[in-house]
Design a protein around this ligand. Structure first.
Ligand SMILES: Nc1ncnc2c1ncn2[C@@H]1O[C@H](COP(=O)(O)OP(=O)(O)OP(=O)(O)O)[C@@H](O)[C@H]1O
Length: 259
């Protein structure tokens, strides 16, 4: 049985998103009419959407639609060829305010706790605060008993919980999740979803890339459907999933191949 993260409904205050007052807010985070090409191919083609603070937005669409590229832009890792990415009034993300979790977590060759310590150090958490923060993150992710285990010996679900705990080290306000449960069994998926709910209840905003319509239905308030480098539908998640209006989302959700 997968160990479930502890089920207190809320995050302890020292793990909640940190409001960094640097004179410019973060919201809305948005991509405006972005294009991106590589190798003579147009990968993003007029991509625009905005994220206000709060809740879970699901970003769905077929393989190659450009979902991961959109997340990398929102994390500030890549820039569009034309168009813009903005974080509030800023043209770069505020340090620590945005975190990205990949489908396959890249863990350091250290213990579970060592991975969290490393993330806390990178996030600039003062040494005297690290032990309490580490303990809080291990408890949140249900990894206390695995604190000393080499991270590379964790199961897929445990590793992904560690990746989430690590992403929370800087107390981000926007968490970008790229297919975080794609290769996990149902118990591990449930544990990650519980964790995501608690993170959102603690005040963070989540953008979740998923191919799993059930997961989008369970977690998201809003859904964006992406195809060929742009958004073709943006609607309340329950509506988009039950009665998609764009032909692309209709085909995808009906299980037809979209090329
Ligand atoms: N660095 C790159 N150079 C060239 N092409 C790239 C690069 N990165 C991504 N692509 C291409 O851009 C397109 C969009 O990729 P992206 O990973 O964003 O898709 P996705 O919607 O996340 O798909 P999936 O559901 O398969 O993860 C794909 O066709 C991909 O091959």
């Amino acid at each position: 049985m997968e160990e479930r993260p502890d089920d207190r409904p809320d995050l302890p205050p020292h793990l909640r998103p940190e409001a960094r007052e640097d004179g410019r807010g973060l919201w809305p985070v948005r991509i405006e009419d972005a294009t991106l090409s590589a190798g003579g191919r147009r990968l993003l083609d007029g991509l625009s959407f905005a994220l206000p603070a709060g809740g879970v937005t699901a970003l769905m669409g077929p393989n190659g639609a450009g979902k991961s590229l959109a997340l990398r832009m929102l994390a500030g890792l890549i820039r569009p060829d034309s168009g813009a990415v903005r974080w509030g009034a800023g043209e770069t993300p505020i340090k620590g305010a945005v975190a990205l979790v990949f489908q396959r977590p890249v863990l350091l060759r250290r213990s579970t706790a060592g991975n969290i310590d490393h993330a806390l150090a990178i996030a600039g958490v003062p040494r005297r605060e690290r032990a309490a923060r580490r303990a809080g993150l291990l408890a949140l992710a249900g990894l206390e008993r695995l604190a000393d285990r080499p991270a590379r010996a964790l199961s897929g679900g445990e590793a992904q919980r560690l990746a989430l705990a690590r992403a929370l080290a800087a107390r981000p306000r926007l968490l970008l999740l790229d297919e975080p449960t794609a290769s996990l069994d149902p118990a591990a998926v449930a544990a990650i979803e519980d964790l995501a709910r608690r993170i959102v209840a603690g005040g963070a905003t989540v953008l979740l890339v998923t191919h799993d319509a059930g997961q989008a239905r369970r977690l998201a308030d809003r859904a964006l459907f992406m195809h060929a480098g742009r958004i073709v539908e943006d609607a309340p998640a329950a509506r988009l999933l039950a009665a998609p209006r764009s032909p692309q989302a209709q085909a995808y959700l009906a299980g037809r191949l979209l090329v």
